[in-house]
Design a protein around this ligand. Structure first.
Ligand SMILES: *Cc1c(COP(=O)(O)O)cnc(C)c1O
Length: 222
């Protein structure tokens, strides 16, 4: 299958999942995840009308996207991988949203970059719902404090994001994230990947992040 065919199939599955859901979000947007995908592949998706993309590394995104963003001003780019504080300046200039706010130190760095450059992408707090030691994200028990801290800094926090443990049933993780967002007055929910985006839609996902089902399997661990 080609990228255009895959993309059309995913969009159709998103629409069908929304139709079947009892209480879908007002809208569900597809983030086409282009990590390891080169510019020709990204351009194929753009030529089909896709404008929202996700990358998990600042350096890789900085290599691929500035030119594309100049050419397609309505292109929107989200950072979906961990962010180091020394890359905040570059990330704030490149990304429209950062989905991986997970600690106070990073909130501080984003606020100080906003104060310096006036630039601040919209933010999601990443929650480590599976409490996996090796995984990024704030622990569930610390999430409300981080949300409060980001709000105190007047950061543009709009939602929550999670990546459930690979071997778990994702449903309870999605349900938990949706509940946490609701309790904290956050409207955006980024959850669901190639293998489970339809289930995420059932639990109210407003963004699904799909890579391999559009662009093909990646070699290596990413
Ligand atoms: C790679 C990645 C995705 C997409 O994964 P697929 O299984 O290829 O759809 C989604 N979210 C994050 C955070 C990722 O790193």
């Amino acid at each position: 299958m080609s990228i255009p065919e895959n993309l059309a199939a995913i969009l159709a599955r998103i629409a069908a999942a929304r139709k079947a859901a009892i209480a879908p979000a007002p809208q569900t947007r597809l983030i086409a995840v282009t990590k390891t995908v080169e510019e020709t592949g990204i351009r194929e998706a753009i030529s089909c009308g896709q404008r929202l993309f996700g990358e998990n590394r600042v350096q890789e995104a900085a290599r691929k996207f500035p030119r594309l963003k100049a050419e397609f001003p309505d292109l929107e780019l989200h950072l979906i991988g961990p962010l180091q504080t020394n890359k905040v300046k570059e990330a704030a200039a490149l990304f429209d949203a950062i989905q991986t706010l997970d600690r106070a130190r990073l909130a501080n760095a984003l606020a100080s970059e906003r104060d310096k450059s006036g630039k601040c992408p919209r933010l999601f707090v990443q929650v480590n719902t599976g409490e996996e030691p090796q995984k990024a994200g704030v622990l569930p028990a610390d999430t409300e404090a981080l949300i409060a801290y980001a709000r105190k800094l007047e950061l543009p926090l709009i939602g929550l994001m999670c990546i459930p443990p690979a071997l778990d049933d994702a449903a309870p993780h999605f349900a938990f994230l949706a509940k946490l967002a609701k309790e904290n007055g956050l409207s955006e929910l980024s959850m669901g990947m190639s293998g489970d985006f339809e289930m995420a839609i059932r639990f109210g996902a407003t963004f699904v992040r799909v890579g391999s089902a559009i662009f093909g399997a990646r070699s290596g661990v990413r």
